[in-house]
Write a protein that binds this ligand. Sequence first.
Ligand SMILES: Nc1ncnc2c1ncn2[C@@H]1O[C@H](COP(=O)(O)OP(=O)(O)OP(=O)(O)O)[C@@H](O)[C@H]1O
Ligand SMILES: [Mg+2]
Length: 326
Amino acid sequence: MPPQATHAILAPSRPDEAASGPALEISGLIKSYAGRRVVDGLTLTLARGEIVALLGPNGAGKTTTIEISEGFRRPDAGTVRVLGLDPLRDAAALKPQIGVMLQDGVGAYTGAKARELLDLFAAYAAHPHDTAELLELVGLSDVAGTQVKRLSGGQRQRLSLALALVGRPALVFLDEPTAGMDPQARRGTWGLISQLRADGVSVVLTTHLLDEAEQLADTIVVINHGRVVATGSPAELVRAGAEGQIRFRAPAGLRLTSLSDALHAGASASEEAPGRYLITGERSPQLLASVAAWCAAQGVFAEDLAVERRTLEDVFLEMTGAELSA
Ligand SMILES: Nc1ncnc2c1ncn2[C@@H]1O[C@H](COP(=O)(O)OP(=O)(O)OP(=O)(O)O)[C@@H](O)[C@H]1O
Ligand SMILES: [Mg+2]
């Protein structure tokens, strides 16, 4: 994909309407299938012009939540307001203002050529993007005349993104937008999503790529079993608990009780494998200093001393469990 344009190329068609109230407000949302609750009291808010990333294991309820917000599924209970509107009752007013990239992509229209399909979607919009320009932006100009069914998976995904954007929406829902894309297309799409934000468009995206969420999102919402289990900026989530780890190598059999005594309350030392030591506790200069001081007092040279930061992946696995679930 080409570098992103710097002017407000993706700005909503009716920017004046993108001014007040949250872009998306979901409260106490409940949805069951065959008596099984897949969305279970979910509540979240997306401020206008921001990007929220929904993270969660397979089956957590992300797509269900998004499709209810798009007006494709009916909730059992709870309220959903999209740009201040009810997705079912106000569907006619809402549809022109939102862009939708479904998880399963463009499947149904496979006989049409990429450009034809985009032109068709543009014809339904009041103030569509220039379709040639949009194809260029998503890197599909070279295959504009190719039938959708002949496009590669990643190209189809990019077409699906173009279809979501062609009507100049104020809010876009991107369900796993970069799934199946090569690294270049993924970077290009990240650029495009950042450009959306810069142009005042609000974005809801789901992803299984934690670096994608970390790069793009203002707010990350972690969902498990249909419930929000954590919310915050990427930095806040990683900081939460401020837990850290210090590792070092030294001769096997150091006296761990003596080492633990030298650390502040709440920190502890263990020997993970012979000669490999792990200190866990609140990341602080004092913790690092007390480990080094203890080693110095014992005449121990700590090799490969490393302070490890919690990653978003650590947080995610803690919140949602590391085991596979249905
Ligand atoms: N139409 C349906 N009928 C019955 N069950 C459904 C239906 N749609 C979704 N489900 C179930 O609801 C649960 C949540 O599905 P959903 O697609 O929302 O998950 P998700 O978080 O998007 O997962 P993934 O990361 O795999 O895309 C799953 O257990 C799924 O099997
Ligand atoms: Mg999904």
